[in-house]
Design a protein around this ligand. Sequence first.
Ligand SMILES: [Zn+2]
Length: 578
Amino acid sequence: MSQALALKYRPRRFEDLIGQDSVSRTLAMALDQNRLGHAYLFSGLRGSGKTSTARIFSKALLCEHGPTSKPCDTCEQCVMANEGRHIDIIEMDAASSRKIDDIRDLIEHTKYKPSVGRYKVFIIDEVHMLTKEAFNALLKTLEEPPEFVKFILATTDPLKLPATILSRTQHFRFKKIAKPLVVRHLEHILNTEGIDFEPDALEILARSGSGSLRDTLTLLDQAIVYAKGKVDVATVTQMLGIIDPEFLEKLFDAILQKDENAIREHLRELENYEAEMVIDEMSLFLKEKLLQNDPRFPPMLLERFYRILADAKPLLALGTDGDFVLSLTLFKLVEAMNIKEIDEMIEALEEELGTVTVRETGTAKRVPENDRPESHAAAEPKTVSPADIQRPASETQRSRTPDNTIRFKKLIEKIYDRNAELGRAFEESIEFVDFSDGTLSWASHAEGANKELLKNHFGIVRHFVQEIFGVGTRIKLVKSDNPPPPKREAAEPQSRQSPQPAPDPETTGAPLPDANAATHTASMVEDVDCNSAGCVTGHCSEAPQAKEIDAKEIQNDPMVQKAMELFKAKKVTIRSKV
Ligand SMILES: [Zn+2]
């Protein structure tokens, strides 16, 4: 290839312009209806097509069959314009000719009629670079130029232009070219050139060009030379010195799995890269995940990740050891995963406690100092109240598969993922019956240890029910004569697996080992009702019956334990939500 792609594929017609439809349409209409202004201002990102548009527009003004939106490209005027040697198209770069004398020369020029064309077109690029005096000198001519003069001013920074200039021009704003359009254009060029490529490689090039077609084409030029035959991801990432997306995929896998050994290994590889660039690439990767709606990256988690990555930047700016900042950042991301789990636990806890009603009216009682659990005595006083924990609802409103049996299977999987033992107990005991009108009906075959487990972790179950079947889903326990669901082949040994009794009609639906019977010593809550856990243990009726639970039970729940640990809670108050 002898010629740079940006030159070779420079657009010649309005319809060839990439990603600037509204601009080219408006200009074409102005040409066809002969409603022409005398000064135009094109503003926008570099490489977005301003100069190309200015040249096409000039040619369209001068074409022998024009002014027309479809210059013929064959007449003398068009040919000269295309070859960049039209004497009446005068291009000036204000970045290098910014003085008042340069503008005076230009104004002098405007006094003479065009040599061969219909108009004399002045294209002033980077017009914001002109000095104040130069602007002032230009003003008068810009306001009332001779009728054969047209001005096209182009700038990347219209805010730097004096208001007097802005008010005398028709302003066209060029958008940043959308990435898919850039990619499509690259594909077109490579196909035309007969060069093999990987689509992902073009994505990376387009991203690196940041919406500038010219920059992207320059990168493509390089990549073709570098690639020797095929423009692929490996070549492009190597050439640009950026990280292979597959590597990032692996890195985030390790973070999600909290696999610290793998992260350490990845860190060694990352030593070859600039820490700041790695952070940027990671942010971009997360942005992609957000757009792809990847279920592994819920928005809450992404937000947390993003904050951690953003926090790394100032540390790098301090001139600290980049590798150290990077290591710190990766392990902070892992930490964020822990917080996510605690978050979910709190959410589940909130769900659970939300159904607990305090019989007494008025606010819940504080627990006396000496009644609080020993282990938390050292911490400062704090009250955990579910009502205080504000949670966005978005996270719970995800994937809705039309088939309810599939949803129910998903529910089982979710519970499994959280707690394998609970998942197994749920799967073995709970039979899906129906889901309609926001009510999930199931039959419980829970017994013994399963029953206990389900009762104690009902909050988690409910949480996932809401997540999968929608917020506000009611759970209804119905009778079933079917045998309990089949057991799952245990993929991993269950450490505390309890022997599963065969389905026994006698015990199916029998009352659970009574929570009332639990002692009330060291009570943190007084007189509480519960109508929730019965739903998984066969103790639920349509009119929820008042049922007391002991505070100790709540307190012993691993979720509550963890929450107390997290908040260093000295006191726990359980409040009614109603
Ligand atoms: Zn022509």
